[in-house]
Design a protein around this ligand. Sequence first.
Ligand code: IDP
Ligand code: MG
Length: 153
Amino acid sequence: MEQTLVLIKPSGVIRCLIGDIIARFQHKGLIIAGLKMMQLDEKILREHYAHLVDRPFFPDLLNSMMRTPVIAMCIKGVDAVNVVRTMTGATNGRKAAPGTIRGDFSMSGQENIVHASDSVENALIEINRFFSEGEIFDYTDNTFKYLYAPDEV
Ligand code: IDP
Ligand code: MG
């Protein structure tokens, strides 16, 4: 079953949306396999946002991501990467569809509340970047029959 990485960014932490965001994923039927608060530093952010380090907004993005601790979550489910990206919405909160996290809570292209992995390959890399092995838990096998048909899992 797929796992994906979600960060509740400082924009979500400051605006007291931690509970709302966790609840959205849980109400959907996704499993929280790992969860912690972390203060990010420049080193991990340069890795995490390596595709953006040359962009003019990168210094602002760095400052934004270090403004408060973040909440890191490993979220598990069938097709979890795509399901979570769909729930997250377009990068720019002003363009994100209503009903998505960014569409409902953000007016910004930078202060957009959450990060979510964009592919299965990157999800694996990002989970390993933010979690150690002992911080990911497997406790939900007997709940899957309430979440999925037998041929879905
Ligand atoms: P994503 O978060 O939707 O995957 P990416 O292109 O991977 O979008 O960008 C990572 C993060 O960098 C965004 O979530 C946003 O916080 C920030 N970002 C991306 N593009 C811009 C921009 O044009 N201006 C300011 N911040 C940006
Ligand atoms: Mg991205």
